[in-house]
Design a protein around this ligand. Structure first.
Ligand SMILES: NC(=O)c1ccc[n+]([C@@H]2O[C@H](COP(=O)([O-])OP(=O)(O)OC[C@H]3O[C@@H](n4cnc5c(N)ncnc54)[C@H](OP(=O)(O)O)[C@@H]3O)[C@@H](O)[C@H]2O)c1
Length: 166
């Protein structure tokens, strides 16, 4: 099966590409570093033709309000291109319980992304993972203050990126 892996150079995307190729599929990574820029649409028309599946493993460069525009714009244009190229299935990586944290703009942006996929015309799978251990430093930097470390009231159950099964 041919899989276009958008964001295939990232933390998860690069692992997904390796695992798919090792399993006998043909996974092709696409991202700004390979010449595909979803925000401008550059490279999009060449990335999808011939793919059976498109996996969206992109991430917004920031977690602020701009993340809302990033996920809205990139998800819509990717699905539009998938529909034109007759791609049979779209996979999106999301986060467990993302709709339970409306106070976090990044989580709201992921809910927007999920809603666009759910209301689109391309058959889809939304894979929800818990946070990866690799994100722990970032999370601690949000909640630590000098020598005081605050842990969130909700339970965190991180997994290692390497344990994530595409
Ligand atoms: N990290 C976690 O704990 C976690 C948990 C659950 C779900 N997720 C979800 O998993 C997804 C991937 O996360 P990650 O940690 O693997 O991200 P990452 O390492 O930051 O990788 C992001 C990927 O997106 C690409 N990208 C950025 N802007 C793009 C654009 N305009 N057009 C096309 N591609 C673009 C990057 O390309 P370049 O390499 O060329 O910059 C890179 O390949 C995210 O949607 C995130 O919400 C993450």
């Amino acid at each position: 099966m041919k899989v276009a892996v958008i964001g295939g150079t990232g933390l998860i995307g690069s692992r997904v590409v390796n695992v798919l190729n090792a399993s006998g599929h043909e996974a092709v990574p696409h991202s700004p570093s390979t010449g595909l820029a979803l925000l401008s649409g550059k490279g999009l028309s060449e990335a999808l033709p011939g793919a059976d599946v498109v996996a969206n493993l992109t991430d917004s460069p920031t977690s602020d309000e701009a993340a809302l525009a990033f996920f809205r714009t990139t998800t819509k244009s990717l699905l539009r291109a998938a529909e034109s190229a007759d791609v049979g299935h779209a996979v999106v990586l999301s986060i467990v319980g993302v709709d339970l944290v409306p106070g976090l703009v990044y989580d709201r942006a992921k809910v927007v992304q999920e809603d666009i996929v759910k209301t689109g015309s391309v058959p889809y799978s939304i894979v929800s993972a818990t946070q990866f251990f690799e994100l722990m430093d970032t999370v601690m930097s949000w909640t630590s203050d000098g020598r005081t470390v605050r842990l969130p009231a909700t339970r965190l159950q991180p997994i290692a990126a390497a344990s994530f099964r595409p």
